[in-house]
Design a protein around this ligand. Structure first.
Ligand code: ADP
Length: 445
């Protein structure tokens, strides 16, 4: 049967998936909201179906009905929106449509980060000292915090995007932190469940890309270092992580695969760890979708992750084994955001001038074009700039050159900030911990 994949997403990731479909000879379709009617995915997909409202990318019923009306055989959720909504995955299957992602059960288990911690503990994967599952009240939190020692971090079990977290340095601050984290979690994720972890200072965020098919075969495609974050959200990612030895890579990669297998995972996924300077590492969460930063891994492995993900989702076996995975050189990705450089408030509006960087080993994933108006309703990320070099030093020089070529007129972006990072001596030496921006870049000017 000829497959027809509906992309329940927008922007650069919708384009990325359309491209994968074209190379696989699969019909691609997108849904789009009124605000996105002039977007590139609508122009580039084989088919495009309108949705009613600007928030319709979150409307399960409307998307499934649209898919059924148009003989769609599979749905790709991209990232964000419904990508990690287990109800959506289940609704697709109930409607007889394949969901390009793991089972609803795997999404549900990993989507509750307090539950995921417990599953990992049982599977023998190290987790950060903290609460056993969720914390029910302040007294319990106080007891756990006393045991593990301050500082601690209060985190939302259903959290994502760095939201719903509070670092706590003394017992006195704990109650207020719990209340405000619960409030933020309830309003952002509709789930006020919290858990507690020891807060690790000077650590790196190191995550492993994995691919697993529906028949129990799985591989890891090396790691990405995503330590360069602003308010616990990634800004620059790179791979490989330059402080990992081959032995550590193998150990962490195998544990990442074990993490995924613990929930019978199938699809593309990412297992995230925090790594300290003494080589201790701890599971923090698993993302059950394609990630923004997947191109970093594509550049260093030569593997098209989205194509593999689609094939797996359609029921094919993994086409590679661990032996086939080789890491070449170094790749860096910068997230280009339309935002104010100091307040980070999004700056939607018309892109009056656009010149994309080019040249050898430079990749730009974007859905914007000159004359395009960035709508105010969605994410502020408007492009991803990815470069490859034979080693980290060459990749940094190339990124600096590519960022200098990049011109976006009409809206304010973080391009000047990204350029500054490439010139930062600590960044160049690879002394990048998750507190890098606060410690090495502030005050922002
Ligand atoms: P989210 O799902 O919101 O992305 P994560 O659990 O993946 O949340 O954490 C995001 C980031 O927050 C991490 O990369 C790290 O910088 C910081 N963080 C989370 N937990 C801890 C911790 N226990 N200690 C120190 N930093 C942490």
């Amino acid at each position: 049967m000829q497959e027809k994949i509906l992309i329940a997403n927008r922007g650069e990731i919708a384009l990325r998936i359309i491209r994968a479909c074209k190379e696989l000879g699969i019909t691609s379709a997108v849904v789009y909201t009124p605000a996105d009617k002039d977007s590139l995915p609508v122009k580039m997909a084989d088919e495009a179906y309108p949705l009613k409202e600007n928030k319709s990318y979150l409307n399960i019923e409307e998307i499934i009905n649209t898919a059924l009306k148009n003989q769609v055989t599979a749905i790709h959720p991209g990232y964000g929106f419904l990508a990690e909504n287990s109800k959506f995955a289940k609704s697709c299957l109930d409607a007889g449509i394949k969901f390009i992602g793991p089972s609803a059960k795997a999404i549900e288990l990993m989507g509750d980060k307090a539950v995921a911690r417990e599953i990992m503990k049982k599977a023998g994967v190290p987790v950060i000292p903290g609460s056993d599952g969720e914390i029910d009240d302040f007294r319990e939190a106080l007891k756990v915090a006393d045991e593990i020692g301050y500082p601690v971090i209060v985190k939302a079990a259903g959290g994502g995007g760095g939201r719903g977290m509070r670092i706590v340095h003394t017992p006195k601050e704990l109650e207020e932190a719990i209340q405000s984290a619960a409030r933020e979690a309830a309003s952002t994720f509709g789930n006020s469940k919290l858990y507690l972890e020891k807060y690790l200072q000077d650590c790196r965020h190191v995550e492993f890309q994995i691919l697993a098919d529906q028949y129990g075969n799985a591989v890891y495609l090396g790691e990405r270092d995503c330590s360069l974050q602003r308010r616990n959200q990634k800004v620059i990612e790179e791979g490989p992580c330059h402080v990992l030895t081959e032995r550590m890579r193998k150990k962490m990669g195998e544990l990442a695969v074990r993490s995924a297998m613990a929930v019978h995972y199938a699809g593309a996924g990412t297992v995230e760890f925090l790594l300290d300077d003494r080589g201790n590492f701890y599971f923090i969460e698993m993302n059950t979708r394609i990630q923004v930063e997947h191109p970093v891994t594509e550049m260093i492995t030569g593997i098209d992750i989205v194509k593999e993900q689609i094939k797996i989702g359609l029921g094919e076996r993994l086409s590679i084994t661990q032996k086939d995975v080789k890491i070449y050189g170094h790749a860096i990705e910068c997230r280009v955001n339309a935002e104010d450089p100091i307040s980070f408030i999004p700056t939607p509006g018309e892109i009056k001038k656009l010149m994309l960087p080019q040249g050898p080993f430079v990749r730009v994933d974007t859905a914007v074009y000159e004359g395009y108006t960035i709508p105010p309703y969605y994410d502020s990320m408007i492009a991803k700039l990815i470069v490859w070099g034979r080693n980290r030093e060459e990749a940094i020089i190339r990124m600096k050159r590519a960022l200098e070529e990049f011109v976006i007129g009409g809206v304010t972006t973080n391009l000047p900030f990204l350029r500054k990072v490439m010139d930062n001596a600590f960044y160049r030496r690879g002394e990048v911990y998750t507190n890098f921006i606060k410690r090495r870049m502030e005050p922002l000017t």
